[in-house]
Ligand binder design. Structure first.
Ligand SMILES: Nc1nc2c(c(=O)[nH]1)N[C@H]1C(S)=C(S)[C@@H](COP(=O)(O)OP(=O)(O)OC[C@H]3O[C@@H](n4cnc5c(=O)[nH]c(N)nc54)[C@H](O)[C@@H]3O)O[C@H]1N2
Ligand SMILES: Nc1nc2c(c(=O)[nH]1)N[C@H]1C(S)=C(S)[C@@H](COP(=O)(O)OP(=O)(O)OC[C@H]3O[C@@H](n4cnc5c(=O)[nH]c(N)nc54)[C@H](O)[C@@H]3O)O[C@H]1N2
Ligand code: SF4
Ligand SMILES: [Mo]
Length: 716
């Protein structure tokens, strides 16, 4: 008998905007998705992924049975197996016992540093908290990280140094209170679509002036007062030249500088060399545009800066973000509504996973692992013997696989990530993956990384479990179990607890850390018992709408904007800067700069969107090239081309478009068959250890090789 339709409110599983969804369900099927007009985040608006992209949960390629590889794999010889015939379906008991045995064997033999875990910015706060707890409390390792390392690591390193906190300072919807705002390195329309709507409303309805600083002619340029078409990798000269102009023209906010900042004179001195002429030479941006942008931002009443990967994903990502932060200090555009430093966080729960300690340098709550007093608090909470937790910083996502060799990392646990699509220089990443001794993946699908695994643990999707996500403006929101988990899939937090109990037994240690939670609400309560910013967040309070952390106690209303009076680290610290070029410059053999990123209809390496009907809206790989370059290289729109760097080659179709400036080509990194990361450079920022996804040197030529199926399919 057919059941009556139910509606379950929840939060979108895709991007960091964190839109409220209403899932309409009949007979265990989501029939459609809507959104309430009174949602404070998205006011009833949804993008195509939120509205239609949920169907991956029903895709027939989803794996909902625990699997173990039939043939034992030797380190150095691992092979990808997407075909289920290479795997054996097993019971949960067998899968978890086997996983516990292998992990404990490696731990006993090689110690804590031989194990590592990737947490998951798609999973809930509770899931992430427990995975880092398992690896810290039981295996005593800090080799725990997640995709934040590939994402805003540069911004986080810079914000931590400059002011001691790394989240967005203000609420995105406050943009309508700004009179001037800068959007840089963020293609907001495609990647944070609902925030882009608010930005456009700020311009069209509220008279704000927008400055876009981006190498591509992104859609927001149509709404902008100024567009600075910067050459990839030249953020520091452009932002420093803006500071130079502000200083020279006496537009700095002396009162704010005196009251709230330090290190001003060293900084001001280092800005001397960054004349607009110098910046023009390096960035290709007309110096008049730089001067106008500096004046406009400095003279605003409420100036805000929003930024994305074009600032962070560079081998000088930290310096780029510091250059942006210096500007806010210089003008005092921080600590009030409609101002601020706003790194737009990408994944639905990357803010939350970071808050939960899914990082190698921090316990939950950004408590540095090597700062005296911090480990003690978590030892007490987790009933670990005094001195038991590891106080050494662990390896980052960008280091873990590079350490996959005898004497280094032997066992890796990946919960919901896909390094074989998302890390740079995939030919090298592949080599590293092959060196592992033991690999577990816990996912919805066997993705390009899971195909190397020894064990696959089927996770429940977001609509099949309870929990919380923390969005880009620090809003903790409920995720609700609307459906029964598919097949034998289980929520991540339950899988981790079950595994932890088995590991604990085998370790034979009198550990009594808690692993028997009745509900994720109890897990969040444990987080708040030590991590003060979450102390006042309880499930009861999240029933109606979310709460913006910090929430200091159960009566605290949450924090829409930060830094009204002070910064967490005391005075805001100006940083002197030098210009460092991208690690790889174009030359005769590789004359173009490749920048990579995303489009609206794609999600990262495609594991979710290629299993959704949304993929049909943008079903094939392209390289965007400027018409002038296309003419010069005799390339026609739609023509199959090959793009090569020093590290690899891909074949895809040319999309001749003014969106890209001359000398720069753009590839979305969605399609495994033409993976942009076969080309990208694994050069790292020395402080944040983030790779240079946004600039490497490539060449382009008409395709010489036989066309793969995905290129033959015709034009999009
Ligand atoms: N549809 C969709 N939405 C997403 C995602 C997705 O996969 N698909 N992923 C989510 C995630 S995890 C993230 S992190 C965000 C990312 O969101 P964005 O940061 O908006 O993403 P990108 O497309 O990587 O790059 C942003 C912009 O940086 C510019 N850029 C490149 N080089 C430079 C440079 O040197 N300087 C400057 N100033 N700009 C430069 C590019 O031209 C591009 O417009 O999106 C989130 N939202
Ligand atoms: N060239 C290039 N490379 C890039 C970037 C770029 O701009 N250019 N951007 C980088 C950035 S910013 C990011 S954030 C990374 C993203 O890199 P990844 O995080 O590796 O990418 P996703 O495809 O989002 O992977 C999410 C995985 O989680 C699984 N999953 C979804 N929900 C759940 C769940 O509830 N539980 C579990 N266990 N699994 C789940 C999905 O099936 C999928 O396999 O890529 C980085 N790589
Ligand atoms: S803007 Fe982001 S959170 Fe909102 S519906 Fe689209 S993908 Fe989901
Ligand atoms: Mo990201």
């Amino acid at each position: 008998m057919s059941q009556a339709e139910r509606t379950v409110p929840t939060t979108c599983p895709y991007c960091g905007v964190g839109c409220t969804l209403e899932l309409h369900i009949q007979d265990q099927y989501i029939t459609h998705v809507s959104s309430p007009f009174d949602s404070p985040v998205n006011h009833g608006n949804l993008c195509v992924k939120g509205r239609f992209g949920y169907d991956f949960i029903y895709n027939k390629a989803r794996v909902t049975t625990p699997l173990i590889r039939k043939e034992a794999q030797d380190p150095g010889q691992r092979e990808q197996a997407f075909d289920l015939s290479a795997w054996r379906a097993v019971s949960w008991d067998e899968a978890l016992d086997y996983t516990a045995d292998r992990l404990v064997e490696i731990y006993r033999r090689d110690g804590a540093e031989a194990l590592a875990a990737y947490c998951c910015a798609k999973a809930t706060n509770e899931d992430n908290y427990l995975l880092q707890k398992l690896f810290r409390a039981l295996f005593r390792t800090n080799n725990i990280d997640h995709c934040t390392r590939l994402c805003h690591a540069g911004s986080v390193a810079a914000l931590q140094r400059a002011l001691g906190s790394s989240a967005m300072s203000n609420t995105a919807a406050e943009v309508i209170q700004s009179d001037v705002f800068i959007v840089t390195g963020s293609n907001t329309t495609e990647n944070h679509p609902i925030i882009a709507l608010q930005m456009k409303a700020a311009v069209r309805k509220h008279g704000a002036k927008m400055i876009v600083i981006d190498p591509r002619r992104i859609e927001l340029v149509d709404f902008a007062e100024l567009w600075l078409p910067i050459r990839p990798g030249s953020n520091v000269p452009v932002f420093a030249a803006m500071a130079h102009v502000i200083l020279k023209e006496g537009l700095a906010n002396q009162d704010f500088i005196a009251r709230r900042t330090t290190n001003f004179s060293e900084f001001a001195e280092s800005m001397e060399k960054f004349t607009p002429e110098f910046a023009e030479r390096i960035s290709g941006v007309d110096k008049e545009l730089i001067i106008r942008a500096a004046r406009l931002y400095a003279q605003a009443d409420h100036g805000a800066i929003f930024w994305g990967m074009g600032i962070s994903q560079l081998s000088h990502g930290t310096a780029s973000a510091l250059a942006v932060i210096n500007l806010a200090f210089l003008t005092g555009h921080i600590g009030r509504p409609g101002t601020g430093l706003n790194p737009l966080r990408g994944q639905n729960n990357v803010q939350g996973a970071s808050d939960m300690g899914a990082m190698p340098f921090h316990f939950p709550g950004y408590m540095a692992v090597d700062k005296p007093g911090n480990a003690e608090q978590w030892e007490a909470a987790w009933h670990v013997e005094p001195g038991g937790l590891n106080r050494r910083r662990g390896l980052t996502t960008t280091e873990i696989l590079g350490h996959a060799h005898p004497g280094g990392v032997r066992g890796l646990y990946i919960m919901g990530e896909n390094p074989m699509m998302s890390e740079p220089n995939l030919n090298l990443t592949r080599h590293h993956m092959q060196q592992l001794e033991f690999l577990v993946t816990q996912d919805l699908f066997i993705n390009e990384s899971g195909a190397f695994a020894d064990v696959f643990l089927p996770a429940a999707a977001w609509a099949e479990k309870d929990g919380t996500f923390t969005n880009t403006d620090r809003r903790v929101q409920r995720v609700r179990r609307a459906l029964e988990p598919s097949g034998q899939a289980r929520p991540d937090w339950q899988i981790i607890c079950d595994l932890a109990r088995r590991i604990e037994q085998r370790l034979d240690r009198p550990a009594t850390a808690k692993w028997d939670y009745a509900h994720p609400a109890d897990i969040l309560k444990e987080v708040g018992s030590v991590s003060v910013e979450y102390r006042g967040v309880t499930y009861g309070r999240l029933e109606q709408s979310g709460l913006q952390v910090p929430v200091w106690d159960e009566l605290h209303p949450g924090t829409p904007f930060l830094f009204a009076e002070t910064f967490p680290s005391g005075p805001g610290k100006f940083h002197p800067l030098d210009y460092i070029p991208a690690a790889e410059a174009p030359d005769e053999a590789f004359p173009f700069i490749l920048t990579t990123g995303r489009v609206l209809e794609h999600w990262h390496g495609g594991t979710l969107t290629r299993h959704s009907a949304v993929n049909e809206l943008y079903p094939q790989a392209i390289v965007e090239i400027n018409p002038a370059d296309a003419l010069l290289y005799n390339i026609e729109d739609g023509q199959p081309v090959q793009v090569a760097s020093r590290r690899g080659m891909v074949v895809l179709r040319a999309l001749v478009s003014e969106r890209t400036r001359p000398g720069v080509v753009f590839i979305p990194f969605h399609f495994a068959e033409a993976a942009a990361n076969l080309l990208t450079n694994d050069a790292l920022d020395p402080l944040a250890l983030i790779p240079e996804f946004k600039a490497c040197a490539v060449n382009i030529a008409a395709a010489q090789v036989e066309l793969p199926e995905y290129v033959r399919r015709g034009r999009i």
